[in-house]
Design a protein. Structure first.
Length: 157
């Protein structure tokens, strides 16, 4: 009787995802705003509501403009799974329903550089980057670590 490789056996058995030898650990996802933004931190629930457009204002009454990477971007996939609890493709029906109510999904920008530029231009914007792509012009307001499900909020960077 042949045995399946360990990784395949774990997947077939429904075991939690584990790192296999030689795999690269996915990057931490840093939720970022313009360094001059008044926004200092957000909890995961508020962040989820902003990205699902259940709310557009935060506690102080400020409007927030969420921006996304394209649906097929690996970092968008990771962000969606960690923050929204769903893959981008699983949200298409959700957005179709909201569109008919006049609610549009977050702005989609083609790259990390485009998100950086948008955040520089709009103090209301909020986005996400791989943690190593964050520069000093941006403020990190939350970090979602690899293999974790809860953010570590930070006040400045």
């Amino acid at each position: 009787m042949r045995t399946a490789p360990l990784g395949l056996a774990l997947i077939l058995a429904g075991a939690p995802e584990t790192m296999l030898a030689g795999e690269v650990e996915p990057p931490s996802v840093a939720v970022v705003v313009n360094h001059d933004s008044t926004l200092r931190s957000l909890d995961a629930e508020v962040l989820r509501d902003l990205y699902l457009r259940r709310r557009v204002l935060i506690a102080d009454g400020s409007r927030v403009v969420p921006v996304n990477l394209p649906a097929d971007d690996p970092l968008r996939l990771r962000f969606s799974q960690l923050v929204l609890g769903r893959r981008p493709a699983e949200l298409s029906g959700y957005w179709d329903r909201l569109y008919y109510e006049g609610v549009r999904p977050p702005i989609v920008l083609p790259s990390a550089e485009a998100i950086r530029r948008y955040l520089h231009a709009d103090l209301r914007a909020i986005g996400y980057l791989a943690e190593e792509e964050v520069d000093s012009s941006l403020r990190v307001i939350a970090v979602f670590p690899p293999h974790g499900s809860s953010p570590a909020a930070t006040s400045s960077r």
